[in-house]
Design a protein around this ligand. Structure first.
Ligand code: UDP
Ligand code: MG
Length: 318
């Protein structure tokens, strides 16, 4: 297919980006104008409580290539992104943040690498994590290391700024899970991939909406979705305890028979506490997987679209 006939879709999830999105859209549009002949921009408003949707409707009047969807509530970035991927019609889909931290100038470079490299996925990898707190840096470092070990896939320096071929998008969408983890799932997909380094820009307006709790939840989702090793660890801990209990049992019986019974009240309490904690943690680990199974088995829709701006359908439902 000649390059001018190849359609490029850019997908941007947005949550409380009223102060950024107009500016970002303009830049993305300019970048696409020169880098791709045929393109569309898809913005998913993830149920923002601010003016994001209003700004998007205004932008829709100016940018003919814009399609925007508003989710009925906040579903989280991963699902907003999935909604965008499902809406994208392009032969090439580029996923990026709507807060301007992913430089639109990189789009041309990613398209060039895609065309020359014959790959299916082009990942923009963070060479510098931007102005992030020390806590966030360290926790991300630990998470990626742990995730790589447990899942067997490599995801260091990964970002959600990626270019996917139609083949990769279709394969991604065939993964019909409710607990979506874009970075991990694209790593799972495999395919030939190329990397383009980038420096994370600064957020112009608003604040990052990732609280510690949200990060922990994403990390738990990410790990439980790709490895069942934590479940086996429960068995492993049980086996170690079994070995200890055999030694202790023999020891106690010998002492009893020789009439030198231990008077260790403290030992009994300590053992009870340790065993109690281990049991509860193990139950918790099983609970995480059980909750996941429950969530998946309900098979609810992954997201609900409340409003849309889609000129290709001649409908403006705002
Ligand atoms: N985002 C979203 N839904 C959410 C939270 C965030 O769609 O519930 C979007 C947000 O608008 C931004 C991207 O996800 O475009 C990344 O979020 P953020 O900038 O808060 O995260 P950070 O860059 O700090 O990782
Ligand atoms: Mg950001």
């Amino acid at each position: 297919m000649p390059p001018e006939n190849v359609k490029v879709s850019v997908v941007m999830p947005c949550y409380r980006e009223a102060g950024n999105i107009a500016d970002v859209l303009k830049k993305v549009r300019n970048a696409l104008d020169s880098a791709a002949g045929n393109f569309e921009i898809i913005v998913i408003d993830d149920g923002s409580p601010d003016e994001t949707w209003k700004v998007l409707t205004e932008c829709g009047d100016e940018i003919a290539e814009l399609r925007a969807y508003r989710l009925s509530r906040n579903f989280g970035k991963e699902l907003a992104l999935t909604a965008g991927l499902e809406a994208a019609k392009g032969d090439i889909v580029i996923v990026m943040d709507g807060d301007g931290q992913h430089p639109p100038e990189l789009i041309a470079e990613m398209l060039r690498v895609y065309r020359e490299g014959g790959v299916d996925i082009v990942e923009a990898t963070k060479v510098d994590r931007g102005k992030e707190s020390l806590f966030s840096r360290i926790s991300a470092g630990i998470f990626y290391r742990l995730w790589n070990k447990l899942s067997g896939f490599e995801m260091r320096g990964a970002s959600d700024f990626k270019l996917l071929s139609r083949k990769a998008v279709d394969a991604y969408l065939a993964m019909d899970e409710r607990a979506v983890f874009f970075r991990g799932m694209t790593a799972w997909l495999g395919f030939e991939r190329a990397q383009v380094p980038f420096e994370v820009g600064e957020r112009k307006a608003g604040a990052s909406s990732w609280s510690v709790l949200r990060r922990v939840r994403l990390a738990v989702d990410g790990i439980s979705g790709f490895s069942s090793l934590p479940l086996q660890l429960v068995t492993f801990a049980g086996l170690i305890f079994l070995a200890f209990s055999i030694i202790f049992a023999v020891y106690t019986i010998v002492l009893q028979m020789t009439g030198r019974s231990v008077s260790g009240f403290a030992t009994v309490i300590l053992l009870l506490l340790v065993i109690g904690s281990l049991l509860m943690i193990s139950l918790g680990i099983i609970g995480i997987y059980l909750a996941r199974i429950y969530d998946e088995i309900k098979h609810r829709p992954r997201y609900v679209i409340a409003r849309s701006i889609d000129k290709t359908k001649e409908e403006k439902n705002v």
